[in-house]
Design a protein around this ligand. Structure first.
Ligand SMILES: Cc1cc2nc3c(=O)[nH]c(=O)nc-3n(C[C@H](O)[C@H](O)[C@H](O)COP(=O)(O)O)c2cc1C
Length: 177
């Protein structure tokens, strides 16, 4: 897998990557360990600040890690990583080191303890902005506080969940201004 070169990107523009609803790999770090969860249920909420809401089930290891650390990184995998996303989303960090198992590279973030996944083409460092809906809905509202993006990502750089367990690419536009 390649590790796309990334540069700093304006946080106020980061939501444009998340608006189409791509599959995400969300990383967390707590008590010396890092973890990854695959997420399909999320939504852009507001800007500025750049807010994104993510459903992280309470039964997951990531839920505990994010709640304890109050931080995460949202990473966007390219379409070549779709099988990996499925595998990451079907095992638990409670008993597996997913970075080691899947051969992914942890890159130190600038502002949070959770690592970037260097094989991903866009990585957004986040802190919990509002936890009011966590208890009842397991819904976290994050603020993007730092963005790292590779050059010229295009629409086909992401993939999306369908209800039947398959993925779809967003590689065609219906243009209307
Ligand atoms: C394509 C896909 C999308 C998923 N979307 C979500 C989601 O939005 N929220 C969630 O809590 N789990 C989602 N999952 C399931 C988690 O990724 C899965 O429970 C994972 O094993 C949890 O890992 P953890 O226990 O290490 O945190 C998804 C899984 C896949 C494969």
């Amino acid at each position: 897998m390649i590790r796309p070169e990334k540069h700093d990107y304006p946080v106020e523009k980061a939501l444009q990557f998340l608006e189409p609803g791509p599959v995400m790999l969300l990383t967390s770090h707590h008590e010396g360990k890092s973890n990854i969860i695959t997420l399909g249920w999320h939504s852009v909420l507001a800007f500025p600040p750049s807010l994104v809401g993510c459903k992280i089930e309470a039964r997951t290891h990531s839920y505990q890690m994010v709640l304890a650390s109050r931080e995460c990184v949202i990473n966007l995998p390219g379409p070549d990583m779709f099988e990996l996303a499925t595998e990451i989303g079907t095992c638990s960090g409670a008993n597996v080191d997913k970075f080691a198992r899947f051969g992914l590279t942890q890159k130190k973030a600038d502002l949070v303890s959770a690592p970037l996944i260097d094989e991903c083409h866009a990585c957004f460092e986040c802190r919990i902005h509002d936890d009011a809906m966590v208890e009842h809905y397991n819904y976290f509202i994050f603020e993007i506080i730092k963005a790292h993006v590779s050059d010229a990502p295009d629409a086909s750089s992401t993939f999306h969940c369908t209800p039947d367990g398959e993925y779809v690419l967003s590689d065609e536009f219906l243009r209307r201004k």
